[in-house]
Ligand binder design. Structure first.
Ligand code: HEM
Length: 438
């Protein structure tokens, strides 16, 4: 069979209108629309979006094929190209091979293995400091609090700065860019850019200028730092890192990669922490187990299972993408060249063939087994799998255990928050209102 995957179609003159309707439909109806498309057309669906058409997939076998495909057949950089609007065109995230792998190799050591142990005390300290400032016995939104906490952690880890006022100063310009990343304007702006309609976005230019004003002198000063080779922050590690051919990263590459790490690692981790608190507070048995483990200090096995289960049913990123260099066979269909294939993370993680009662929050399902590689994809997969996965799992475990050791939470609402799409992240609709007692 050589036909394209099924999906909404129209005769040629009407195609631009169908494309616009699909784009507008996602803006208004978000994830609901995607679920409808899957239930109407099956696990592989074509959507004629303006600019680049999209093929959505939700079947783990299809996901496996896509994530393990050769990178010159399914392009990773072009697959996530819309994010260049916020991350910058120099970001490693939007590069193709071999450049992507060269940059990825340089970023890997500071985010894996032994290096992670340097960050544990920082995460614990930031969490204690943050909760000392939270209102006691009064409602506040966990989403806001988690955002501030995650930004503080990432700024400390990236730049190795301890002074509180300096940390706040460093975080501010990133906050502006992060706000644009979860703004409702983003999808519209991406759609306009894809058809050549976005000439300027002044707010974005201002936010980027703010980051340049901050990072350019900082990189120059750090190069001269006598202790540069002893420092363990990520900026210093990048300044001293050399690729296999002996090349150092340029200032521009370091700037773009630092921005990528802060942006990729902040909202995602903060949202997961807020969801985790929401889910745990509405499941008293889980709360009791995770509290007991935090008090006992010896293990994180149950806490890790809670994190994995939270990322399964409340993944912060709804999807990722790969781009077809030529016509591509998938699931018995032919996906045309220059199409974006989009594994839909939320739907893959709810696959009923993999998970018994997939919509229920049951951390126990991950107590004795690791999550399945292609049916649990909150961090994507293949050679573009999230570089900060180990770091964020550590951050979430240390933050949750520290919070539970220092006090107790209470949910303000009897029911759980619902997922809403803001820009390209899925957030809790009320921001998870809680009271904290210490
Ligand atoms: C719960 C937290 C997080 C989630 C759910 C998440 C999710 C993702 C997803 C879905 C991707 C795309 C993967 C693909 O296309 O296959 C990604 C890529 C990436 N993430 Fe994360 N992320 C998280 C935390 C972090 C953190 C803390 C950092 C850094 C400190 C980070 C850095 C990156 C980078 C650099 C990439 C690009 C990898 C590449 O292109 O090779 N992420 N992440």
């Amino acid at each position: 069979m050589t036909s394209p995957p099924p999906g909404p179609r129209a005769i040629k003159p009407l195609r631009p209108f169908v494309a616009a309707a699909c784009g507008a439909g996602y803006l208004v109806a978000g994830e609901w629309l995607i679920r409808r498309l899957f239930s109407t057309y099956g696990p592989i669906v074509s959507i004629p979006l303006p600019g680049t058409p999209v093929v959505l997939i939700k079947d783990p076998d299809l996901v496996k094929q896509v994530f393990t495909e050769k990178p010159d057949i399914l392009l990773g950089g072009k697959g996530v190209r819309p994010s260049a609007l916020i991350y910058g065109t120099g970001s490693m995230f939007v590069q193709e091979e071999p450049e992507h792998l060269r940059r990825r190799k340089l970023l890997t050591p500071p985010l894996h293995g032994k290096a992670l142990e340097n960050y544990r005390p920082i995460i614990e300290d930031s969490t204690r400091e943050a909760l000392a400032g939270w209102p006691k016995n009064e409602p506040f939104t966990m989403m806001r609090a988690a955002r501030d906490l995650a930004l503080d952690v990432i700024v400390r880890v990236m730049f190795g700065v301890e002074d509180r006022t300096e940390r706040t100063r460093l975080g501010r310009p990133f906050e502006e860019l992060l706000d644009l990343g979860s703004s409702e304007q983003l999808i519209l702006r991406v759609a306009m850019a894809s058809v050549g309609g976005l000439k300027r976005w002044p707010k974005l230019d201002r936010a980027n200028q703010g980051i340049d004003d901050l990072l350019t002198p900082m990189i120059a000063a750090r190069r001269q730092d006598a202790d540069l080779h002893e420092r363990t922050d990520i900026m210093s590690l990048l300044l001293t890192a050399r690729s296999e051919d002996g090349e150092y990263l340029t200032d521009k590459e370091i700037r773009d990669d630092l921005v990528t790490l802060v942006l990729a690692g902040h909202e995602t981790t903060a949202t997961t922490l807020a969801w985790m608190v929401d889910l745990v507070l509405h499941h008293p048995r889980v709360l009791a187990e995770v509290q007991a483990e935090a008090d006992a200090v010896e293990s994180t096995a149950y806490t890790q299972a809670v994190i994995n289960e939270t990322l399964r049913i409340r993944p912060p990123s709804p999807f990722t993408g790969r781009y077809t260099a030529g016509d591509y066979r998938l699931g018995g269909y032919t996906v045309p060249a220059r199409t974006r294939i989009v594994p839909h993370i939320g739907e893959v993680n709810l696959n009923p063939e993999t998970y018994d009662r997939p919509h229920e929050f049951r951390p126990e399902r991950f107590l004795d087994s690791n999550p399945p590689t292609y049916a649990w994809i909150p961090f994507g997969g293949g050679i573009k799998r999230c570089l900060g996965a180990s770091f964020s799992l550590l951050e979430l475990a240390v933050a949750l255990q520290t919070l539970l050791r220092c006090g107790s939470f209470e949910a303000v609402h009897d029911d759980q928050d619902k997922q809403v799409r803001r820009g390209i992240v899925l957030l809790p609709h009320r921001g998870v209102l809680v009271r904290y007692h210490s």
